[in-house]
Design a protein around this ligand. Structure first.
Ligand code: FAD
Length: 294
């Protein structure tokens, strides 16, 4: 039988020294992973130094992503005091529609999975990253024991006794442990000597948000197409977030369209699922990449 951990007690790890004065844990990176790690460590009474750019509403606007969070992740963020600070209400995901849009002669029937089928009011919540990052920044500011240094990690020497870090503004820090949460091209991973192997796929994802005439009803729609999936996830009101995966040349063409032409192309692709597409937000594109640690 598994034992429920006592989250009010400092962890054995903290008792063993990471929380002692001068035995800090440094979290490098201030995205969703770094901010979560800093708050979770601070909740265990570990002294944390957070290294990376501070959240700013202007910089946040360039993040067009939203994050669909399910039960355990929502519980975790609630315990860390993040969900309570969201200014925009998270949007419940009550259903998931899968559509075979491969254009083959034999089409799989459309499937709708509903949370109610398994006795849940929703599968999870969709939250825009800008809103989530702002709530995280507030929770970190309110948490005792977190020092936030808004500079980039420049160099880091790691040995058996811990790590010595130097930041771009010249600050030096000694750490018992480093949490590398500095994203895809992690500098801390490189300093730790962890090699990676990376490759790309002939696919590009276009991320955006759009307004539509028909209500989404809390349902996320996935069109499974030959070039890649096109997924819509409900946002507040008659808005949905979009991840549209395409072949690179088609993605270049779609990115070059003006908003009205892009809206029309999206509407055609979605068929009647959400009605007319009336407005499209900022578009961002990303080559599909994969990597593995070595
Ligand atoms: C279109 C799209 C939709 C997605 N939807 C979902 C979803 O629904 N659910 C889900 O779970 N995931 C989703 N993801 C994935 C998810 O968004 C990412 O995995 C997650 O945001 C990564 O967070 P992170 O904190 O690891 O990295 P990042 O967000 O990349 O943050 C890294 C941070 O490190 C900082 N940094 C970088 N270098 C340094 C340095 N040298 N020193 C200090 N700081 C540094 C950066 O400034 C940044 O703040 C989606 C991704 C995309 C592209």
């Amino acid at each position: 039988m598994s034992e429920t951990p006592d989250r009010t007690r400092p962890s054995r790890w903290a008792e063993n020294g990471a929380a002692q004065p001068g035995r800090r844990v440094v979290v490098v990176g201030t995205g969703l992973a770094g901010l979560s790690a800093a708050l979770a460590l601070a909740a265990r009474e570990v002294s944390v130094t957070l290294v990376g750019p501070r959240y700013s509403a202007d910089a946040g606007r360039s993040d067009t992503r939203s994050t669909a969070l399910f039960g355990p992740s929502l519980d975790f963020l609630e315990r860390l005091g993040v969900l309570q600070r969201l200014t925009a209400r998270p949007v419940p995901l009550v259903g998931l529609r899968l559509v075979d849009a491969t254009g083959g002669i034999l089409r799989a029937p459309e499937v709708l999975f509903e949370a109610a089928e398994i006795g849940l009011s929703e599968f999870g919540m969709n939250i825009e990253n800008t809103s989530l990052l702002a709530a995280f920044a507030e929770a970190v500011a309110a948490a005792p024991g977190i020092e936030w240094l808004p500079a980039m990690l420049e160099t880091c020497v790691i040995d058996a006794g811990g790590a010595s870090l130097r930041l771009a503004d010249g600050t030096g820090i000694e750490a018992a442990l480093i949490v590398g949460a500095d994203g895809e091209h992690s500098a801390s991973r490189g300093h730790a000597g962890i090699s990676t192997r990376a490759w790309t796929y002939p696919q590009v994802a276009i991320a955006s948000r759009f307004a539509h005439r028909r209500p989404h009803g809390g349902i996320s729609t996935e069109l499974h197409r030959r070039a890649g999936p096109l997924t819509t996830v409900p946002l507040a009101g008659n808005w949905s977030s979009l991840v549209w995966v395409e072949e690179p040349s088609e993605a270049v063409r779609l990115m070059a369209l003006d908003d009205a032409a892009f809206a029309l192309a999206l509407e055609r692709c979605l068929g009647s699922a959400l009605g007319g597409v009336s407005e499209v937000g900022r578009r961002a594109d990303r080559r599909a990449a994969c990597g593995s640690g070595g």
